[in-house]
Design a protein around this ligand. Structure first.
Ligand SMILES: [Mg+2]
Length: 405
């Protein structure tokens, strides 16, 4: 028999807005929009005062400004948010034995077994109070026996509050809520559920598991489990990772510039995809080249925090052009992204290019569904060895065949 788990989900309330308000209290109680500030931008985060006008994140900035012309529009600052996120992480790290940082403003904490000493609910309450006291940031939590129910509970608790769902009451807690509240249900899945007449979680609870499986496939099965409060996924201990890199040693030294460029692009694309899957951004790109005489050159360039191909690839290619200048055979090339921070998609939204952001999201969805190499830029076609390894999940990397034998 397994022990009853105690899983807390903590989520900072309108995190970017709260950070801005710490820096300028005149922003309190006002409608605030954060994101790309030009007309081509997208809302990355907005205050509750702005939500009253029907504004939500990922909405085009142009539309948000029309809905609420008096809103204050700010371009997000990833460095500031990263700093506050680290402050909160430090408090959590100092207070609990096992935690997972799932995004810049979200944490899962496993308190299983701690109740013998203190009481998990009390520990969660005290941790929340300590975060508010020490960082000044409002935060909410949900406590239950698993990650899904706790995350949904946090959403119900917001803003600046907490909810505990007792063991055995998961199903009645979830029943009246919209299926949209299930973490994996996005806009598209929600639409197909509505088409089937499924709006509330209770409807899923009343359906046989096999039917959901039949209608929506594997996705349906996992929605059914979540709707019924079933989720055994573990809290995975967070390890900060400051860089990711990849390199390729050629089995035969080469001067084939087309091939070199192509592999460079493929490596950069793959690293950027890994960043996005891990909800990370980079602010520093390094390119490395080693010639057949073993002379090695590296050069790096700082960029605004990003994980978008459209921001990263031109920089990598520029570094390639700068470094590839000797008339010698090339033995190795490598790409490294460093100065990594959490933030992922939300911070990419600070870019003023809605189209590129949406394109990147669409491509990643296809990769999730059909495999990493299903969508690659034409220029990156040459490189074949791309891994499915997620460097941020805490698992060891697979051995990549660096040199073809
Ligand atoms: Mg949040």
């Amino acid at each position: 028999m397994s022990e009853e788990r105690a899983i807390v989900h903590m989520d900072l309330d309108t995190f970017f807005v709260s950070c801005e308000r710490l820096q300028d209290s005149r922003l309190n109680h006002k409608p605030i929009l954060i994101g790309g500030t030009s007309d081509r931008g997208v809302v990355a985060s907005c205050s509750y005062e702005a939500r009253k006008f029907g504004i939500h994140s990922a909405m085009p900035m142009r539309m948000a400004k029309q809905l609420c012309p008096e809103a204050i529009v700010l371009r997000g600052n990833a460095t500031t948010y990263s700093k506050y996120s680290n402050l909160v992480t430090e408090v959590i790290k100092d207070s609990v034995p096992l935690y997972e940082k799932s995004s810049i403003d979200e944490f899962f904490i496993d308190l299983t077994g701690m109740d013998k000493f203190f009481g998990c609910h009390q520990m969660a309450i005290e941790l929340r109070q300590r975060i508010i006291r020490e960082t000044g940031l409002p935060i909410s939590f949900g406590l239950s026996t698993n990650k899904t129910v706790s995350k949904i509970a946090t959403g119900q608790a917001k803003p600046n509050n907490q909810i505990r769902v007792f063991k055995g009451t998961e199903k009645p807690f979830l029943a009246p809520l919209s299926v949209r509240k299930i973490p994996m249900v996005g806009e598209v899945t929600y639409k197909s559920l509505c088409d089937l007449g499924i709006k509330k979680i209770v409807t899923v609870q009343q359906m046989p598991m096999q039917l959901m499986h039949k209608v929506l496939g594997k996705n349906g099965l996992s929605i059914w489990k979540k709707a019924n409060g079933i989720d055994n996924s573990p809290v995975i201990q967070y390890h900060e990772r400051k860089s990711i890199s990849t390199e390729r040693t050629f089995d035969k030294d080469t001067t084939d510039i087309k091939k070199l460029k192509s592999i460079t692009i493929a490596m950069a694309e793959n690293l950027a995809y890994q960043l996005r899957r891990g909800n990370k951004l980079t602010a520093c790109i390094t390119f490395k080249i080693r010639y057949s005489d073993f002379q090695t050159y590296t050069q790096q360039q700082k960029i605004p925090y990003s994980s978008l191909d459209s921001s990263i690839l031109p920089v990598v290619l520029n570094l390639f052009e700068k470094l590839y200048n000797r008339r010698l055979l090339v033995r190795l090339i490598g790409v490294r992204f460093s100065h990594l921070v959490e933030g992922g998609h939300q911070i990419n939204l600070f870019e003023d290019n809605e189209k590129l952001i949406r394109l990147s999201l669409a491509i990643d969805k296809m990769r999730e569904r059909y495999g990493d190499r299903s969508v690659i830029s034409a220029a990156g076609m040459e490189a074949k060895s791309i891994s499915r390894w997620n460097p941020f999940s805490g698992e060891p990397p697979p051995l990549l065949p660096n040199r073809r034998r």
